[in-house]
Design a protein around this ligand. Sequence first.
Ligand SMILES: Nc1ncnc2c1ncn2[C@@H]1O[C@H](COP(=O)(O)OP(=O)(O)OP(=O)(O)O)[C@@H](O)[C@H]1O
Ligand SMILES: O=C(O)c1ccc[n+]([C@@H]2O[C@H](COP(=O)([O-])O)[C@@H](O)[C@H]2O)c1
Length: 205
Amino acid sequence: MSQNFPIARPGMRIGLLGGSFDPAHAGHAHISRIALRRFALDEVWWLVSPGNPLKPQGPAALADRMARAREVMPDPRVKITDLEQRLGTHFTADTLNALQSHYRGVNFVWLMGADNLIQIDRWDHWRDIFQRMPVGVLARPGLLMRARYSKAARVFANAKLPGWRSRELAGSGAPQWCFINMPMSAESSTRIRAAGEWKSPARGA
Ligand SMILES: Nc1ncnc2c1ncn2[C@@H]1O[C@H](COP(=O)(O)OP(=O)(O)OP(=O)(O)O)[C@@H](O)[C@H]1O
Ligand SMILES: O=C(O)c1ccc[n+]([C@@H]2O[C@H](COP(=O)([O-])O)[C@@H](O)[C@H]2O)c1
């Protein structure tokens, strides 16, 4: 299954940012750059998903979302991938399992915005995600308190690494997670779609 899979050497520190990217925007680019620096990562891989299992309306065509993502994020340290499509996985826990099996010895970190920390307890096998690899959470406007008191934050309270130790996260075992409070971007795909600024020929149901 290695055809067209990005290359990664054992020991590399790679952040995985999963998302619909429908479309990709400056907020994704912003948190990727912050994650590279604050978690001392070698690379960030965007996992442009075939579709979020919790969203009833399918996203725009994968090829269109990939093309837009490449325009938005030309930084060579950030790889735009359709790995979930290639792996045939839909749930994040399955994707991370498959990637760890394929890339033995690579230090992966699951990255997500604060909105997803708030709702991750609705994801399939969500505790396994925290048990499997370190998790880096990036602040999103207006969500600080809800994120702090979210179920996931409470369940894994003892595994929280303080922000000033963020550079240790990628090399640490799991469960371990870290919340980064930084200058935030208010951009969202919802706003861009609502403004009619993103049109894709194919949109799934
Ligand atoms: N402005 C932002 N600040 C912090 N995190 C963000 C931001 N935009 C997106 N993210 C995070 O990036 C990942 C992928 O996001 P996604 O593709 O769903 O974009 P979105 O703008 O949240 O989309 P939508 O508005 O359709 O929900 C998620 O973990 C999300 O929390
Ligand atoms: O595994 C799940 O149950 C699950 C449920 C909802 C969302 N996710 C993942 O969370 C990431 C963010 O999704 P989205 O649609 O908010 O960009 C993306 O990689 C999704 O596949 C995963």
